[in-house]
Structure formats: C-alpha cells, structure tokens
Design a protein around this ligand. Structure first.
Ligand SMILES: [Fe+2]
Length: 171
C-alpha cells in the first residue's frame, strides 16, 4: 500500500471514541486547533516582546510579559488535549501552527514599548472573540467540558488585556 492510501488508516487509529456527532467533532476541533495555533503565536510574540522591550519601564514590562507568556503557554496543553478527547488530532509542528494561526507575527527589528503593549492587548482581545466562537460551537454540540473550560481561558485573556491596557496609560 502506498503512503497516501495508508494515511486514513493510520489516522483512524487516533480516532478517540466520543459521543459527539461527526459535524460537531469537526467544527469543535477546527476551532480549537485554530485557537491552539493562536496561543502558540501569541506565546512567542509575548516572549519576543519580553526579550526586546526597552525603555524607562523596562523591568515592569519585561516581568509582566514573562508572566503572561507563562500563563499563555500553560493553557496550550489543555487546548490540544480537548481536541484529542473530542475525537480528533491536533497540531504537530511549527509549520502546522503557521498554517492555522490568525494572530499575526511581529518580526519588526524594533517595536516601541507602547506599541508592544497595545498589540498584545489587541491580540488577547482577539482570543476572547475566538473563545466566543468555540463556546458557541461547543454549546450547540452539548460539549459541556469544552464550553466550561473556555470560561477560565476567557477570564485570563481579559485579565491580560486589562493589565496591558493599564500598563500603557500615560498618567
Ligand atoms: Fe526571560
């Protein structure tokens, strides 16, 4: 059997049993995998800014961004495992992240501290939008666990956006 023909059989081995319908499984995993890619993209951007931030508030911002990056990274495993628990497969590589992410990378050689704060704030609020979509799909499918776990992620993203907003105030 050639490699192409063998692929569906190998994937079938990873089909975790689930009581969710086929459409729900596809929709929820699609939304969760996009979310996971965005978490990795935002994790790396937050670390990028942590490494490259400069200016009079260096220490505050450097530490704030590190705390946030740690929190973002800490959620990635739970997202990926929700995909596996609901009968699907998840991301496998940096390339896979790049193909799924909706949050844009920032490869600029210099970004001002103020621009870093506002970009991260907007990206975190974008995550909140994605959570709404995931929750809607999960509730439609009666996937209570996904619907419930998204609430905590939402609260944390809103908190990150709040901290970034307050830290960016001029006075
Ligand atoms: Fe560090």
């Amino acid at each position: 059997m050639n490699d192409k023909a063998a692929a569906p059989r190998r994937t079938a081995k990873l089909a975790t049993p689930t009581s969710l319908g086929k459409d729900a499984r596809r929709d929820i995993s699609g939304a969760l995998n996009a979310l996971l890619a965005d978490f990795f993209a935002l994790y790396l951007k937050t670390k990028n800014f942590h490494w490259h931030v400069s200016g009079p508030h260096f220490r505050d911002y450097h530490l704030l961004m590190d705390d946030q990056a740690t929190q973002i990274y800490g959620i990635t495993d739970a997202i990926a495992e929700r995909v596996r628990k609901t009968g699907n497969t998840t991301l496998r590589s940096i390339g896979d992240i790049a193909r799924h992410q909706t949050i844009k990378d920032n490869d600029q050689p210099f970004v001002s501290a103020a621009d870093m704060l506002s970009e991260l704030r907007d990206d975190n609020l974008r995550l909140v939008e994605s959570f709404r979509r995931v929750k809607e799909l999960a509730e439609e499918a009666k996937d209570n666990a996904t619907s419930g776990i998204v609430d905590e992620w939402t609260d944390q993203a809103e908190e990150r956006a709040w901290f970034l907003f307050e830290a960016s105030r001029k006075a």
